[in-house]
Ligand binder design. Structure first.
Ligand code: NCD
Length: 307
């Protein structure tokens, strides 16, 4: 087993499949009255969050607690980070406390890689800048596999603000490793020219959502990340929705069995309409539930558990 999960590229097909299978076993636990396993009793998991988060932070906390680990939640606001303490000094503090795993979300791409050099425990990337978010990709892959039965040969469209999306990057890496065929869709300004080739040579790019939908098994909508945009990448929110938003009329172009995904948080009315987000094809709430199982599997396996 690998020691750290910094990038979806850390996972080969066998390791990724082992994590998804283990997540399946963890999910079975969620249906029980007592949702706890003693596996990580006495181990310490630190959640180190330098960026806002709802789902991911709660999900990692729930995952570690269901495995009976001691959980320390650290958020940059209200800590010595606001006094200017560096990531390295914070890391040394965690090291002194004997953290067995550090889950880190950070606005700087590459922060988890630096951290891994400073602590003895396992490092899990919970989102670093616009770079990667590997556990999101794992929970997405898990959701696709449980809804559609397979990943190999699955046709997946990832739609919208690819440029700023760590979710897109990690998904392309993981899903291609597992045999899915990816098409990135969005306005040219939000799809870097060389991104598809750099991530995986087989990845396709399209600027026309309507023409892509009839061939897809999965359509994954991305949030338009205005907080990361310094320039204007499209004329207006209305224009963006008209071309790249998923509404009911567009959703009907998908094959009958296809599912609609979104990592959250959503801009309802922008990249996805409420009717689509709340429809029976949407797996958005399921993705959140699966996130806990996927993160349990990651913590369990990284900290030395067997399948
Ligand atoms: C994503 C993130 O923070 O990278 N959300 C998440 O983790 N569920 C996507 C986003 O912010 O749009």
């Amino acid at each position: 087993m690998i020691k750290h999960l910094r990038s979806a590229a850390d996972l080969d097909a066998a390791t990724a499949t082992l994590i998804l299978d283990t997540a399946g076993e963890m999910a079975a636990l969620a249906g029980r009255e007592v949702k706890k396993l003693p596996t990580l009793r006495g181990r310490t998991v630190v959640n180190l969050f330098y960026e806002d988060s709802t789902r991911t932070r709660i999900s990692f906390e729930a995952a570690a607690k269901r495995l009976s680990a001691d959980v320390i939640n650290f958020s940059a606001k209200g800590s010595s980070v606001s006094k200017g303490e560096s990531l390295k000094d914070t890391a040394l503090t965690l090291q002194a406390m004997g953290a067995d795993a550090v889950v880190i979300r950070h606005p700087a791409s590459g922060a988890p890689h630096r951290l891994a050099a400073w602590v003895d425990g396992s490092v899990v990337n919970a989102g670093d800048g616009t770079h990667e978010h590997p556990t999101q990709a794992l929970l997405d892959a898990y959701t696709m596999r449980s809804r559609l039965g397979r990943l190999d040969g699955l046709r997946v469209a990832i739609v919208g603000d690819v440029l700023h999306s760590r979710v897109a990057r990690s998904n392309v890496l993981l899903l291609t490793t597992l045999g899915a065929e990816i098409t990135l869709v969005g306005p040219p300004t939000l799809i870097p020219v060389d991104i598809a080739a750099a991530l995986s040579p087989k990845t396709k790019v399209s600027y026309d959502l309507d023409s892509v939908l009839p061939d897809m098994d999965v359509v994954m909508m991305l949030r338009v990340q205005t907080e990361r945009m310094q320039d204007s990448y499209f004329p207006s929110a209305r224009e963006y929705s008209r071309r790249y938003g998923l509404d009911l009329a567009r959703m009907r172009k998908l094959p009958e069995h296809a599912i609609v995904m979104h990592p959250g948080p959503m801009n309802r009315g922008m990249e996805i309409t409420p009717e689509v987000a709340d429809s029976s094809r949407s797996t958005i709430v399921e993705q959140v539930a699966n996130g806990v199982s996927a993160r349990m599997a990651v913590l369990y396996l990284l900290l030395g558990g067997k399948a």
